[in-house]
Design a protein around this ligand. Structure first.
Ligand SMILES: Nc1ncnc2c1ncn2[C@@H]1O[C@H](COP(=O)(O)OP(=O)(O)OP(=O)(O)O)[C@@H](O)[C@H]1O
Ligand SMILES: CC(C)(CO)[C@@H](O)C(=O)[O-]
Ligand code: BAL
Length: 279
């Protein structure tokens, strides 16, 4: 596995390969878990060269404490990537990616009016800028993103269309712990007690799903989730929404199979977690 910290070195390595090799990219912020490794494994099956980037992108953090607390485990990450056959790692410094603060602004319109976009102002501007930079630097044929960050998938799809990147985006299923908690780098910041309690996110999603399945309205399902978290004093529910899984528009009824998503974000102690189910 080759690891590069500069754009110049990375390009020098990749450029001669482009004509004959399909390149798959998995953008990450590190602190890797099996969810990330599944993306690498899928990319391995579908491409000749797999590149993982590891970069904690300051521009997408709206909360400085969240940025400061974000886990950084580069050595461990490199070992994990090697075990799944990742070919190339790009782990640049902040100065390498942002020699000066970016002044462009990306606006994803209605896609970012709700949920993460509404509660993390500027978040998708930052995601869009760094993903566009990674696309330009690495020029992959395919890029792999997790469903856990469903709104991010929609934003990147729009970025690809708006800027005509010749890249196929692949949405990969959410990988969960045995008890159902969605794997997330921020899970590392949970205390053992919080880790057990955090399962409430997945339970709440399943509760909402069951209610919708029984024919209750989206408003009733959302109210049930709000009530569920109101009874859990260590939690603060930030939002729960039922949306079109592609457009992120709020919906009042269940759509065709695979089109409806229930999404939520909740704080437990100092940690903010998100999860969703699509059905
Ligand atoms: N449990 C998971 N299953 C599938 N994909 C995942 C999972 N967790 C993260 N990913 C995907 O991995 C990519 C990199 O995500 P990132 O490095 O932010 O990790 P993360 O676990 O989502 O961290 P956090 O949510 O704490 O920021 C994203 O496309 C993300 O959707
Ligand atoms: C796509 C991404 C790597 C951009 O920083 C990040 O938002 C993430 O890890 O999901
Ligand atoms: N996984 C999404 C990146 C973030 O929370 O900033």
């Amino acid at each position: 596995m080759n690891s590069f910290a500069t754009t110049t070195d990375l390009r020098q390595h990749l450029n001669p390969l482009r004509a004959t090799h399909k390149i798959g990219l998995i953008p990450t912020m590190g602190a890797l878990h099996d969810g990330h490794l599944k993306l690498v494994e899928k990319a391995k099956q579908e491409n000749d060269v797999v590149v993982s980037s590891i970069f904690v992108n300051p521009v997408q953090f709206n909360n400085p404490d969240d940025l400061a607390r974000y886990p950084r485990t580069l050595e461990d990450d490199l070992e994990k990537l090697a075990t799944v056959g990742c070919d190339v790692v790009f782990a640049p410094s902040v100065d390498e990616i942002y020699p000066e603060p970016p002044t462009i602004r990306l606006n994803f319109g209605e896609l970012e009016m709700v949920m993460e976009g509404a509660f993390r102002p500027g978040h998708f501007n930052g995601v869009g800028i760094v993903v566009a930079k990674l696309f330009n630097i690495i020029q992959p044929d395919r890029a792999y993103f997790g469903q856990k960050d469903l709104q991010q998938v929609a934003v990147v799809r729009k970025l690809i269309r708006d800027l005509s990147f010749p890249i196929e985006m692949i949405r990969c299923p959410t990988i969960r712990e045995e008890d159902g908690l969605a794997m997330s780098s921020r899970n590392r910041n949970l205390t053992p007690t919080e880790r057990v309690q955090a399962l409430a996110l997945y339970k709440a999603l399943n509760l909402a799903h069951d209610l919708l399945h029984e024919g209750q309205s989206t408003a009733q399902a959302k109210a049930a989730i709000t009530g569920y978290f109101a009874n859990l004093p260590h939690f603060r529910l930030e939002y729960v929404e039922v949306v079109n899984a592609d457009t992120m528009q709020l919906v009042n009824e269940v759509l065709a199979p695979g089109q409806t998503a229930i999404c939520l974000a909740a704080h437990i102690g100092n940690v903010r977690l998100i999860d969703n189910i699509v059905f």
